[in-house]
Design a protein around this ligand. Structure first.
Ligand SMILES: [Zn+2]
Length: 705
């Protein structure tokens, strides 16, 4: 059961820190303020010869196709899942293989350092890797590398000076007091500036005011962690205790003005005029004159934002009220504590261990101890996203593969168009709008085009080895300052539809359709054996990768997708009459899935899974249309490859959790419930009335049926 999440945190929040834990309160706050995108990550398939098994598990395939095809594998795999590995699927296996490839790339670079120019990204990756592992130097330097930041904070004598140093680029990345964050606009057309409330160590502001029992334990662990890092940084026991007390006092005080978890859950009762308010710099200044925001924002270069959004009005009033010289020691203490917390993992071995132990606690899971080697891999993956993407693509994905997948995608798009054109239940207006959407769909396969030439993405950052005067901490700081400056440069710029961002890199395992952009992304990480192989049969390719591509495109016409036009704007593109018919079809899908058992005694939530079920049904219809046009299509190979791609075992706790929260139906249903909608399936296996896989034609569902 996932109790909490570890996210790339704070300064740090979007940048520096891979290891400051960031609790679920933050994640939910983001859910409240961000429009969700549809994210579908799916499972892989064995490309080895698919056996046309009639039954390997004693179950008739006419009664349970999924079990019949996968029975043997499911039985063996059941032994693999436990509290550490909650799910074993082709997808989890692919993820593991990809991680191994990334590690291999890094260790190969380290072994061949001399082959690269000293200013190259490759050398910088090796320096960061070696510096992370160099515990001897890290221990020797102690906390020296952060002293310059602590001194800067210490030298502040007034709140007006405090405002001044917040615009210092080295301090800016630690500034979690007033968080200036560059985010895509709600329609994802360009970048805006969000002003987010002060970061709280316990994440959820409720935990400072009305802590739950679990919250009280979290607080104790938080305090224990802070005490550890303070004493390891050389503070006396007394000083450490005082500093923690001062921090908690400040966080408790500011927490009262920050929206808590409980309030978020009552979102319908909130006065939304107090949240996400568009403001100008002058308005901010009138709301919070003590902070001197115009000056801070000008020096940082964020005042140029055309679109500034104040997330929480009440918080701004509060921080302004606290911004007085008498509170200066408390404000300075907060900033100093943030520096200590967010850098602990980059200093000595003891500090690193303390940080890892706290991360482990926060994950709420029975995770393995984090080795120093793992820390190094994670840091490189996080800090050199672009370059690692390039190295990954060079090693693991060819132009030929890209072309092959693009061809398959184009065939799927053309097939959707044909089916829509031939639909006799909607008007020409609706048809034309739907086809326009497919014509304008942006397709991103594998990696962005500029990866085809060589590039160094980190030439502006100084990442030196210890021998050359660098340190792990200075490496991290310099890389973070660079990404922060790039973030600020993006303000007002359009969101590049072709871009694979740091959040969506080629090496990740992702397939997504975005309503707001009408674009499709399938990363190179997804396009790997055993999941995709250029040389497999067309039937196998359609069943695995083809299904995913067609599923994603199916989202363009799911219950959310149809609200957006071909440019990603929210607009009625279905006539009122057609929309009514569409809703009739979705009602049928909801009822059908709600009648299915996801696990013994517990049914699927047809409403929660509607969008994904529509995409599944649309996808399968499209693929069967392609097979119809193929001479001698091997339907058995297609259906069985599909069933294999979705084989998975989960712990029962995890299955129950997913049944409640996942917007996808359980794996078995994604196979059995989808296939039983189609004549082609019945015909292939002689399925007839009386078989459990049989659904009467009048009870069948789908949008493009
Ligand atoms: Zn989906």
């Amino acid at each position: 059961m996932i109790k909490k999440r570890i996210c790339i945190a704070s300064i740090l929040i979007a940048f520096i820190i891979t290891f400051i834990p960031y609790t679920s309160a933050m994640a939910d706050e983001n859910n409240l303020f961000n429009e969700s995108i549809n994210n579908f990550i799916t499972q892989s398939n064995e490309t080895s010869q698919v056996q046309t098994s009639e039954s390997t598990s004693g179950v008739r395939l006419q009664d349970d196709f999924y079990q019949s095809v996968n029975g043997k594998w499911l039985k063996t795999a059941q032994a693999n899942v436990n509290s550490l590995l909650k799910e074993d699927s082709s997808f989890s296996e692919l993820q593991e293989k990809n991680d191994d490839k990334i590690k291999e790339i890094i260790t190969d670079l380290a072994a061949n350092k001399s082959q690269h120019n000293s200013d190259s990204d490759e050398t910088k990756i090796v320096n960061l890797y070696n510096n992370t592992l160099n515990l001897k130097e890290r221990n020797k330097q102690g906390i020296q590398p952060i002293k310059q930041y602590l001194d800067k904070i210490e030298s502040v004598n007034s709140v007006s000076q405090l405002s001044d140093i917040l615009s210092d680029k080295d301090i800016d990345i630690f500034n979690t007091l007033i968080r200036f964050s560059v985010e895509p606009t709600r329609d994802e057309k360009s970048y805006k500036l969000d002003i987010k409330p002060t970061y709280l160590g316990l994440g959820n502001s409720d935990q400072y005011i009305n802590p739950t029992e679990a919250g009280k334990t979290d607080r104790q662990e938080y305090i224990k962690y802070l005490y550890n890092i303070l004493t390891l940084n050389g503070y006396s026991k007394e000083d450490a205790t005082n500093k923690i007390e001062c921090l908690i006092t400040f966080e408790t005080s500011i927490a009262q003005s920050i929206l808590g978890y409980q309030e978020v859950s009552k979102v319908n009762n909130l006065d939304m005029s107090k949240y996400n308010i568009p403001v100008t710099v002058n308005e901010l200044n009138s709301k919070a004159p003590n902070l001197n925001l115009p000056s801070i924002m000008k020096k940082l270069g964020v005042d140029k934002a055309n679109n500034i959004v104040l997330q929480q009005d009440k918080w701004l009033t509060k921080i302004n009220e606290l911004w007085t010289d008498s509170n200066l020691p408390m404000l300075k203490n907060y900033l100093e504590m943030i520096v200590l917390e967010s850098t602990s993992t980059f200093l000595t071995e003891d500090l690193n261990n303390a940080s890892n132990a706290y991360t482990k606690y926060l994950s709420g899971e029975d995770i393995k101890d984090i080795s120093i080697q793992d820390n190094a891999y994670e840091l490189i993956k996080d800090k050199f996203v672009l370059k690692m993407g390039k190295l990954y693509v060079d090693k693991c994905f060819s132009n030929d593969n890209k072309k092959d997948v693009e061809d398959l995608t184009n065939e799927i798009i053309a097939t959707y168009k044909k089916r829509i054109s031939n639909s006799n239940w909607i008007s020409d207006t609706t048809k034309n709008n739907a086809i326009d959407k497919l014509n304008k769909l942006t397709v991103n396969i594998g990696y962005p085009d500029y990866y085809d030439s060589d590039f160094n993405a980190y030439s502006e950052a100084d990442v030196k080895s210890y021998e050359d005067g660098g340190s792990l901490l200075s490496n991290i700081m310099n890389l973070t300052v660079l990404s922060r400056s790039r973030e600020i440069q993006q303000l007002n710029e359009p969101v590049d539809k072709r871009m694979f961002s740091s959040k969506l890199s080629p090496q990740s395992l992702t397939a997504e359709y975005h309503f707001n952009n009408n674009d499709l992304i399938i990363t190179a990480g997804m396009l790997q054996p055993d999941f995709y192989d250029k040389n497999e049969t067309k039937e196998q390719k359609l069943a695995t990768l083809g299904f995913i591509i067609a599923h994603e495109i199916g989202h363009a016409f799911d219950n959310t997708g149809i609200l957006y036009d071909s440019d990603g704007n929210m607009k009625d593109t279905w006539t009122a009459d057609d929309f009514k018919k569409y809703m009739g079809r979705t009602d049928g899908i909801i009822k059908y899935y709600s009648s299915l058992e996801g696990m013994p005694g517990k049914n699927v939530d047809g409403k929660n899974t509607l969008g994904e079920n529509i995409a599944d049904l649309s996808s399968m219809r499209c693929l069967l249309d392609i097979l119809q046009d193929m001479p001698n299509a091997d339907y058995k190979q297609f259906f069985e490859s599909y069933a294999k791609a979705y084989r998975a075992v989960r712990t029962s706790e995890y299955e129950e959790y997913m049944l409640k929260y996942d917007t996808h139906s359980p794996y078995k249903i994604r196979v059995n419930a989808v296939l039983s909608q189609y004549d082609e399936f019945d015909k292939t296996y002689g399925i007839k009335e009386g078989d459990k896989m049989y659904v009467k034609p009048e009870n069948r569902v789908g949008i493009w049926r």
